[in-house]
Ligand binder design. Sequence first.
Ligand code: FES
Length: 115
Amino acid sequence: MGEILRNAMKKHIPVARADELRPGQRKLVFIDGKSVVLFNIEGTIHAIENSCPHNGASLASGKLEGNVLQCPAHGLRFDLAKPCEPGGKSLCLHRFPVRTIGDSVTLLVDAAGTP
Ligand code: FES
């Protein structure tokens, strides 16, 4: 399936008001049964599935230092500002594309609610 067709089948789901997620804040939301954590790091909003790729622990309460989130279960660290390298050695977070539309923070998901 082509990239244009894949994007045409996706939709933006509002998950927060832009003014409720200020720099340094985080928010846990649920989309079609999936738990997603939003982080505002210095004005950039990141959205990840609330499940550590190591063993599934919740990342919502993970310690954040700069862009680096530490899993509370076993301490693995993930840089939210760096994309995961396909085929790389490190575990990859499941990320959701985020966009602010008007005064809403939205996640780009497909018709089934997955990124
Ligand atoms: S479950 Fe996150 S580091 Fe093990």
